[in-house]
Design a binder for this molecule. Structure first.
Ligand code: AMP
Length: 195
């Protein structure tokens, strides 16, 4: 089963993805984590994307699509993939559909965590204090939120039209959100397709 965890930065995608990895035999594919790893390793790719990430802008579709393509075989050996922070543009979503179709696979369900902007700002301010992630500062976060609204939100009608979009309340506590996700996954594809 392949799942997209969808939502703005700080919606809780990473937290929920890690729990699903621990509880189900699935692989978390986070392009943000992959890009941060590239930066820490000092690779040419890492150096190329560092300034873009620090500003809070999206890196190019080509870069993230290539990263995802490399990791798909690994996900197939597990129980499936949880896409976290990818796709973020319609071009990325189309590329993902084509890559999966080429491997006889598909996205089964897209779970959107709905969180309002004020709560996102509070969460990010706390995370910036606790973890000091460079793109969590208020200026970069404003750019990230803007990128989400302008470039990523158009994916909602894209996945709704495919009958794959399920929306859950991301304002609830971590355990409650986890329970809702389990309910969706337990009900399986039929539920998503019925929407
Ligand atoms: P994240 O950890 O998912 O919030 O990603 C951190 C940063 O990495 C983003 O602000 C972007 O600069 C970059 N990034 C991660 N995933 C993508 C993606 N799918 N498309 C473009 N840029 C991305």
């Amino acid at each position: 089963m392949n799942i997209v965890l969808f939502g703005p930065p700080a919606a809780g995608k990473g937290t929920q993805a890690k729990r699903l990895v621990a509880e189900r035999r699935m692989v978390q594919l986070s392009t943000g984590d992959m890009l941060r790893a590239a930066r820490s390793s000092g690779s040419e790719l890492g150096n190329r994307v560092a300034a873009i990430m620090d500003r809070g802008e999206l890196v190019s579709d080509e870069i993230v699509i290539a990263l995802i393509e490399e990791t798909l075989p690994q996900a197939e050996h597990a129980g499936g993939a949880i896409f976290d922070g990818f796709p973020r543009t319609v071009a990325q979503a189309e590329a993902l559909d084509a890559l999966l179709a080429g491997r006889g696979s598909q996205i089964d369900v897209v779970i959107r965590l709905v969180v309002d902007d004020a709560a996102l700002k509070r969460r990010i301010a706390k995370r910036f204090e606790e973890e000091g992630r460079s793109d969590d500062n208020p200026e970069a976060f404003a750019v990230r939120l803007d990128a989400y609204n302008r470039q990523t939100a158009p994916l909602l009608p894209f996945y709704r039209a495919q009958g794959k979009l399920v929306e859950i309340d991301g304002m609830a506590g971590i355990e409650q959100v986890a329970g809702e996700i389990d309910r969706v996954l337990g009900a399986g594809v039929a539920t998503a397709a019925a929407r």
